[in-house]
Design a protein. Structure first.
Length: 377
């Protein structure tokens, strides 16, 4: 399925960008609908994909030039976890927050009654089946981190399955799942269908966490540097537009269309709304540029979790990790693009966060951080 509203009279070959039907594909859709690509001399074609695995495979074969991608997917491929190793680049971060963990009504009610998650799971008298969207992706990492923070081993006490997000609510309704972690609007979809309930937002697990990125193959970024910078600048302008007051109403109309997400606009609008009354960090696309910078500490966090769960070779040194993240994140290229569209960049390339278990992450001593968790492989 292709979305193409540019006239293409730019002198550039069309760039094929993949996306998943999620709220946070909004920057790609806005870039095309607002014709920001033409402003930067580009011609973007958007191609909706059925799964994150399809996005990975088409990036690697060159069928896609770049894609809306899970941060953890990029680092998983770069690390060669569970498949072929390949060199990828992150052009910018597209959004923070905006994901959720859903449980069946039975489990959600047990938590409401004050019962620990371990006990609620034990009542099932079998391992709970919980879905995420890609083995090394953000949803798997949020789900595993949250479970472990409550004393549940995600590798031993549950059965984890990977599933495209549009299929999850229906699988929960059929009793095939006990819960899942997904991006909006698919967490909310369980509540719309009354088959389960969102019990925690991802911003409660890691406030202002990195989520989706615009990813490409490393050879694309190095062999076509001017195009890579122009593409980054185009998406930066789209992210800035999405955070300006009133523009999300228009974005909701675009996202609701069948070729993008294909759900009622009211449901899309709810997921895009800027409701700060809950105190939960909201979905953000720009925040003056703070969202979009590809912080090195964000990449190191994903490597720390890969080590925590036994997926990274123990002989890799801290300097190996730092070198990999620096190569993937390409901060110099991002700075060039940001300067071209007057987007401020942070003074430091790492940031400090406090996650739901009270543990501080600041990008330092990543291996010691990984090895200090009580629940790990």
């Amino acid at each position: 399925m292709t979305l193409n509203h540019s006239d293409g009279n730019t002198g550039q070959r069309p760039l094929r960008l993949g996306f998943m039907p999620l709220i946070d594909c909004a920057p790609l859709v806005a870039a095309v609908r607002l014709r920001l690509d033409r402003k930067h001399g580009l011609h973007l074609q958007l191609h909706r994909q059925a799964s994150w695995a399809a996005i990975r495979d088409k990036l690697l074969t060159g069928e896609l030039d770049a894609a809306h991608a899970l941060t953890g997917l990029v680092h998983g491929v770069q690390s060669g976890i569970g498949g072929v190793q390949a060199d990828l680049s992150i052009l910018l971060t597209l959004n923070r927050n905006g994901q959720g963990i859903v449980l069946s009504h039975r489990l959600a009610q047990a938590l409401d009654a004050g019962r620990p998650l371990v006990e609620a799971f034990a009542d099932l008298q079998r391992p709970p089946v919980l879905a995420q969207t890609f083995p090394t992706g953000t949803h798997a990492m949020w789900l595993y981190y949250w479970l472990a923070a409550q004393g549940v081993s995600p590798l031993h006490a549950i059965r984890s399955v990977a599933m495209p997000p549009p299929q999850m609510a229906d699988a929960l309704a059929r009793g095939e799942l006990d819960g899942y972690c997904a991006g909006e609007p698919w967490a909310q979809q369980a509540e719309t269908l009354q088959v389960g309930r969102r019990v925690v937002a991802s911003g409660e697990i890691w406030p202002d966490h990195p989520e989706k990125v615009l990813a490409c193959r490393r050879d694309f970024a190095t062999q076509e540097p001017e195009t890579a910078v122009a593409l980054t600048a185009t998406l930066l302008e789209a992210c800035r537009w999405l955070d300006e007051p009133g523009n999300r109403n228009q974005a909701a109309l675009w996202l609701a269309e069948p070729e993008v997400i294909g759900l009622p606009v009211e449901q899309i609008s709810t997921c895009l709304s800027a409701d700060d009354a809950t105190g939960i960090p909201r979905l953000s696309f720009h925040d003056g540029g703070a969202v979009n910078f590809p912080y090195l500490s964000d990449g190191l966090w994903f490597l720390s979790q890969f080590r925590r769960w036994g997926w990274l070779a123990q002989d890799r040194t801290e300097s190996d990790w730092a070198r990999q993240v620096a190569e993937v994140h390409g901060t110099a290229r991002y700075r060039e693009a940001a300067a071209s569209v007057a987007v401020q960049v942070p003074a430091a390339e790492s940031r400090r966060s406090v996650l739901c278990d009270g543990i501080v992450w600041d990008g330092h001593a990543a291996q010691a951080y990984a090895d200090a968790f009580a629940i790990r492989e």
